[in-house]
Ligand binder design. Sequence first.
Ligand code: 4AD
Ligand code: MG
Length: 441
Amino acid sequence: MSLKFLESENMQNENIMNRTFASFVNKENIGQNLTLIGWLEDFRDMGKIGFITLRDMTGNFQGVLAGEILSNFREIPRQSVIMVIGSIQDTRAASFQTEVKVQSVKLLSRAVNPLPIDPTGRVKSSMDKRLDSRALDLRDHHISSIFKIRSLVLNLIRNFLCSRMFVEVNTPKIIGSATEGGADLFGFEYFSKKAYLAQSPQLYKEQLTLALERVFEISSYFRAEPSHTVRHLSEFVSVDLEAAFLDYGEIMDIVQDLVISIINDLFAHREKDMALFYNKQEIKIDRIPRISYEKCLEDLKGLSEKLEFGDDLSDPALKKLGEIYPSFYFIVDWPTKLKPFYILEHEKKSELSRSFDLQYGNLEIVSGGTREHDVQRLRNKLVEKGLDPKSFSDHLQTFEWGMPPHSGFGLGFDRFMMIITNSTNIREVVLYPRDTDRLTP
Ligand code: 4AD
Ligand code: MG
C-alpha cells in the first residue's frame, strides 16, 4: 500500500507531540478536530462504514471511517501504529463517551501479520511463547497493568521507608566473596580474579548502619538455584533494609506496617486496577500474627506432617501450614542451625535464633532477624557454618569500628507482587525472567 496515499497534505507536518491521549477526550471536545495516535486493536468493517479501536498508553478510543479512507484502511494490519485526525462526535457505543470521525489516517509503523502472539489476549498463548515475545505481550491491558502497579508499589515502598528515616543506598553487585554462604553463587572471571554476583546486600547493609543507622536498597540479586518452581528465579528483585538499635520485633512491626499500608492504599485508591486482579478486597489485614517455629511443628503434627526440631519446613509442610494460615503470618524464632551465620541466637536458648520469615500461605516473602554484632562470636559462627573468616576479613574489621546492634530484612519484591496481582507464577510479574532455561530475550 502506498503510504503517500494515506497522507493528507495538512498531515505532512503534523507534530506528533500535539496529539491528544485517548482517555483525555470527553464530551467537551465534541466538534473539535483532534489528532490521536495508537495501535490498531480492532477493525470492524461493515461495508459502507468501518469502526476502529485504537489503543494508547491511557486507554482505547473509537474511530469511524467511511469512503476512500475506509477502502484504503482495509490494507492496514492490526497492531500497526496509526495517527488519525478527525472531529470528535457523540457515539452510540456503550463503552465510549465520544468517537472520532476520521478525516485522515497516517500509517506510522506497520505490524507484521500474523504476529507471534495475540496481544489482545483473546487467543491465549503459553507462558513460554508470551515470554519469547514479551514486549508484545505487554500490549495486553491486564499484563501491562501488572507492571504499572509494580512501578507504583516501588514508589509506595520508597515513600514509606523514607518517611521512617531510612536512606536509600546502592551497594555493589560484583563482589569478592559469598554474602549468604551456600552453593547458589554465580561466579565469573573478573580481570584474572574470581568474582561473584551478589546474592543479597547483606554484608554491606549491615556495615552501613555504623554510619547511616537506617538504610534500604531495592535491587536485583542473583542466585544459582537450580529450582524449577513458580516462585524462584536466578535474578530477582529484593527490598532490603537494615536498622541500627532495633530488634527483630521492631523490624517485624515495620514489615507489618509496610505491607498493610501498601495493600490498603492500593485497594482504597487504585480500585479500578485492583479489580483486574481481585473481585473484591480479598486481602484484609489489620495485623500480622507471629507464630513460633515450634508452634508450626505442633500444628503440623496435628496434620500428620511429622517434623523434628531443627528440620526445615519442607514444601509439603509449608503447603499444609498455608491451609491453616492462608494470608500473611510471621514464623518467628527459627532454629539457629537453619539460619545464616549473621543471625543472632537467643541469649538463654542458643538453639533458637532471633529470626523471622513473613509467609503468605505457603509462599515465603521476607526473611529477617537481629544480627550478631560481636565480632568474636561472628567469627565463630562463620567457622561453625563451614565458612572461612579470612574471606570475610573486610567485613569483620568493620565490627571493630563501633558497630551498633542492628536488625533487618530482605523482602522478595517479585513474590510480593505475585500476591498484589494475584499471580500464581513469578514470571507473570517479572518483565524478562531469568531461570535455569531462559536467558533471552
Ligand atoms: O530469604 P533470603 O535468602 O534472605 C536474605 O537474602 C537475607 N539477606 C535477608 C535478611 O535481611 N535477613 O531472601 C530474601 C527474600 C526471600 O524471602 C524471598 O522472598 C526472596 O528474597 N527470594 C527469591 N525470590 C525469587 N527467586 C529467588 N531465587 C529468591 N531467593 C530469595
Ligand atoms: Mg529466607
